[in-house]
Design a protein around this ligand. Structure first.
Ligand SMILES: Nc1nc2c(ncn2[C@@H]2O[C@H](COP(=O)(O)OP(=O)(O)O)[C@@H](O)[C@H]2O)c(=O)[nH]1
Ligand SMILES: [Mg+2]
Length: 289
């Protein structure tokens, strides 16, 4: 639970038998995740046994693919805040609070795995993957004039359920470049977002998506083509823009919750100093001593 909102973590799983148990406990131990949903995508034998008894809800998607698995999780999730992650040991459950903190301000928070200080020894984020992801993300940022983007395919993301509901009918990719499509639809709908660095560690077991150079290269080309398809208007759809007041349902028009730091500190029981009067002095605001 985060500030009165329920939080669910979705794990697509294919080949994470040896890490899924620890990853599930990791998220539940934060005390922030109300539910972990494991989407078993024809996963390695023994996966269900590892999930049993953790408290996670296991569901099954037989259509193979990263996108199909995540979509199945999304469609079976009723939480207010939906976190996408992976159970392969690459992400640190402690980063959840960082995503949640920003979710107070924007409906979508993307993680980025390309910040040098957050890439752990042994992580599958060598020069090619890191700069390749960075370059395509920068291209997207320039072509769509978005806020800072430095990674196209980081699974770790958080969505306000209403934002996800808005873009859900437009999510069509069942394979590995589902992640970039999700990002492009957020951009195409004008949904405010921010990207923050998340820890990226080495994987338990083999990566089957970006583990080999050629697989990663092919994924990179698919990402570039996808971005240009959106830029050239080839993905024509009837999209209701997030920020257009007339297009927002009454539910979406609710006033935003007060996300001020002072209120956050009150909730976390941090002692808060009395607010002091401030005086505007042109460009800056100075405290009166
Ligand atoms: N390769 C693969 N991954 C899948 C599939 N379905 C779900 N996944 C999940 O997609 C995520 C990413 O895969 P992974 O091998 O870790 O690739 P990487 O994150 O690019 O190194 C993992 O959580 C997998 O469990 C599938 O059909 N194939
Ligand atoms: Mg992975």
């Amino acid at each position: 639970m985060w500030r009165g909102k329920t939080v669910a973590v979705i794990f697509p799983t294919y080949n994470e038998k040896d890490s899924i148990r620890a990853a599930t406990f990791g998220y539940l131990a934060t005390g922030l995740a109300d539910e972990v949903i494991v989407v078993n995508n024809n996963a390695a034998p023994g996966t269900s046994e590892q999930v049993a008894g953790t408290g996670a809800r296991e569901i099954f998607e037989t259509k193979q693919g990263y996108g199909n698995a995540l979509l199945c999780g999304i469609d079976n999730c009723r939480a207010d805040l939906i976190v996408l992650s992976e159970p392969d040991g690459t992400f640190n459950p402690s980063d959840l609070i960082k995503l949640l903190a920003y979710s107070d301000d924007v409906p979508v928070v993307f993680g980025t795995r390309t910040s040098r200080e957050f890439i752990w020894a042994g992580a599958n984020m060598g020069k090619f993957l890191r700069w390749g992801n960075w370059a395509v993300a920068k291209m997207t940022e320039l072509l769509f004039n978005t806020t800072i983007l430095t990674d196209m395919g980081c699974t770790l993301r958080i969505f306000d359920a209403r934002a996800l509901l808005r873009i859900r009918p437009h999510l069509t990719i069942g394979g590995s470049h589902f992640g970039p499509q999700l990002l492009m639809e957020v951009v195409a709908h004008g949904i405010p977002f921010v990207e923050i660095p998340v820890n990226y560690r080495s994987r338990v077991g083999e990566s089957s998506v970006t583990g080999s150079f050629w697989k990663a290269f092919k994924l990179g080309i698919q990402m570039i083509l996808l971005v240009w398809q959106y830029r050239l208007g080839m993905v024509k759809r009837d999209r209701r823009q997030w920020m257009t007041e007339e297009s927002r349902t009454p539910q979406e028009r609710e006033p935003p919750t007060d996300a001020s730091l002072v209120n956050l500190a009150r909730q976390l029981a941090v002692p808060v100093r009395q607010e002091e009067p401030v005086q505007a002095t042109g460009q800056f605001t100075r405290r009166i001593d």
